[in-house]
Design a protein around this ligand. Structure first.
Ligand code: ZN
Length: 139
């Protein structure tokens, strides 16, 4: 079951260039930075109530974020929904004919498991489903 919006992913060329806007201008609470090797990105999280803003900077030219920046420039990259059971979520999506980028969950930030829905099945909005490990806040 989808329980809430987890975070909004924003592609940037440089975290250092954009962190001051979110931290100092908007006054959001920094919730840590992390490198996710699987996705070849460095991320910085900011908390806004229950939702987080996830800034994504590519760590390699073949990172999906590098390709996105090349094509579309900086901006909103994806919307992430939290699920309490990502495996059954993916099964039920597939039963409904939803095309997945990830048929199997993979490792996301902070020990979460994530899977992307193909934008062709989600009205061109890149949609991530994430499941946070029991007992851990998604930070
Ligand atoms: Zn994300």
């Amino acid at each position: 079951m989808i329980t809430r919006i987890s975070h909004i992913g924003i592609a940037v060329r440089s975290l250092d260039d954009h962190i001051p806007f979110y931290r100092d201008v908007l006054g959001l609470i920094p919730a840590g930075t992390e490198t996710v090797p699987d996705q070849k990105v460095k991320i910085a999280m900011f908390r806004v109530g229950e939702v987080q803003i996830e800034l994504l900077e590519p760590t390699s030219p073949d990172s999906p974020i590098a390709k996105f920046l090349e094509k579309k420039g900086e901006g909103i990259h994806h919307l992430a929904y939290q699920s309490d059971d990502i495996d059954s979520q993916i099964r039920s999506f597939r039963k409904s004919g939803v095309q997945m980028i990830d048929e199997q969950p993979r490792d996301g930030a902070h020990g979460s498991r994530i899977a992307f829905i193909h934008p062709g099945s989600s009205g061109r909005v890149l949609t991530e489903i994430c499941e946070v490990k029991q007992g851990e806040a998604h930070e």
